[in-house]
Every structure is written in structure tokens, then in C-alpha cells.
Design a protein around this ligand. Structure first.
Ligand code: ADP
Ligand code: MG
Length: 223
């Protein structure tokens, strides 16, 4: 592999405003960030500081009002939603606390669906993920039949279905006990070891401790 000197995730001066009547919330005010392949970055900050808004913009789930997001050299922001969805499917793994598993599909079918959304089919990758995340034998289970730790690992398997360059997680350990949190952090760390750029938003000190570096948001700005 050629040496990577360009950051795989490049975020330039992101702005995001919400307006409700007379009220205007400045959720992001000029946030810039660069994350290299293999780096694990924690995003911390008090509740309401803009962490979830930032991750949603990085994932192309939300559109910033200003600034740009580039992943592996491709701009994901300021595009029609269908294009953002397709770029996300190919380039980004998304792991949110609310879960990225569809309840009516088995774990294996959730992984297959994530691959189909990226125009791929790779049963070998699916089975390797199930094995690597200690979910062998749980591929036919539905999300409601999984323990908290299994559900977290299954969500990670879906996020990793297409070998994403960037893995984004918003409070992924918020509902887990400490031991399970520790294991999930170990798995995220391992992904960084494989060259994935990992960005995790969390209040948890354990997440900051597991990361290579931490950025802190306050009122939509980096401190
Ligand atoms: P965090 O994840 O750090 O708790 P958020 O990114 O969720 O922060 O929120 C940042 C700010 O933007 C907060 O003031 C929040 O109330 C506001 N906000 C977030 N989403 C919306 C929305 N959809 N509509 C209006 N305001 C929002
Ligand atoms: Mg949040």
C-alpha cells in the first residue's frame, strides 16, 4: 500500500444552524478536523455541544450549512441525498447508539443488506466479520434476541460490512456495562489497527482513554 500522507477524513470549517421561529441554534461554528488512516479520535464535550451534529455531517446523514467534508479525497457534503447515501454506503461505517440493525432481519441479513446498499455482495467478508466479532452462531438471530454486547458487536459488523475507510460512532457504549464497553472499545481500537480512521463521540472517560487523541467541542466550536 502506498504511504498515506493525506488525511482520509478532512473536515473544513463546518457550520450547522437550526432555526425554529425566532430561535436560532448554532450547533456547529467552524469545526475543522483531519483524521489519518489508523487513527482513533474521541470527540468529547458537554451535552448539546454539537457532537452528534458533527458526526451526522461527517456521515453525510445531515448537510452542513457551510464547510466541507471529504472522505478518501471525495467530497460527501453538498450533494443530493441519493449521492450522499451511496458514498456513505461505500466509504463510511456508521454505528449509532440507537442501533443500525433492522429488527425484522437476522444479523447476517443486516450485513448482506449493508453490502447491497453499496452495490456489493461478499459472503466471505460477512462470515469473517461474524467470526471475528465472536458472533458465529448468532448470524440467524434477530436483533431482539441478542444481548447488549452481542447487539453492539452486530452493529459493528454492519458498520464494517463494506470495509469502510472511516468508522463513525455516536455514543456507541452509552448503554453498555463497563466490561462490555471495554470490549467494544477494544474492537474499535483493532479497526484503527487495520487502518480504519475511527471517530467516536462520547462523554465516557473510557472512550477518551482508548483514543489516540481527543477533540473537545463546546457550543459548536473546538476548544
Ligand atoms: P451533543 O450530541 O453534543 O449532545 P447535538 O449535536 O445533539 O449535541 O446538539 C447540538 C445543538 O444543536 C443543541 O443545542 C441541540 O439542541 C441542537 N439541535 C440538534 N439537533 C437539532 C434539530 N434537529 N433541530 C434543532 N436543534 C437541534
Ligand atoms: Mg449527542
Amino acid at each position: 500500500m502506498a504511504e498515506v500522507s493525506e488525511a482520509v477524513l478532512q473536515v473544513e470549517e463546518l457550520y450547522r444552524f437550526y432555526r425554529a421561529g425566532e430561535e436560532e441554534t448554532l450547533a456547529l461554528r467552524g469545526v475543522s478536523l483531519a483524521v489519518e488512516a489508523g487513527e482513533f479520535v474521541a470527540v468529547t464535550g458537554p451535552s448539546g455541544s454539537g457532537k452528534s451534529t458533527l458526526l451526522a455531517c461527517l456521515a453525510g446523514l445531515d448537510e452542513p450549512d457551510g464547510g466541507a467534508v471529504r472522505i478518501a479525497g471525495t467530497r460527501i457534503s453538498h450533494r443530493p441525498q441519493a449521492e450522499r447515501t451511496s458514498l456513505r454506503a461505500r466509504l463510511v461505517g456508521v454505528l449509532f447508539q440507537s442501533g443500525n440493525l433492522l429488527g425484522h432481519l437476522t444479523v447476517a441479513a443486516n450485513i448482506d443488506l449493508a453490502q447491497r446498499l453499496a452495490g456489493r455482495r461478499d459472503a466471505g467478508r460477512r462470515d469473517a466479520l461474524l467470526h471475528g466479532l465472536a458472533l458465529t452462531g448468532r448470524g440467524r438471530a434477530r436483533p431482539a434476541q441478542l444481548s447488549g454486547g452481542e447487539a453492539a458487536r452486530a452493529g459493528l459488523a454492519v458498520a464494517l460490512a463494506n470495509r469502510p475507510a472511516v468508522l463513525l460512532a455516536d455514543e456507541p457504549t452509552g448503554e453498555l456495562d463497563r466490561r462490555t464497553e471495554h470490549r467494544v472499545l477494544g474492537l474499535l481500537r483493532e479497526q484503527a489497527g487495520h487502518g480504519v480512521a475511527v471517530v467516536v463521540a462520547s462523554h465516557s472517560p473510557a472512550v477518551a482513554a482508548a483514543a489516540d487523541r481527543t477533540i473537545t467541542l463546546e457550543d459548536g466550536r473546538r476548544t
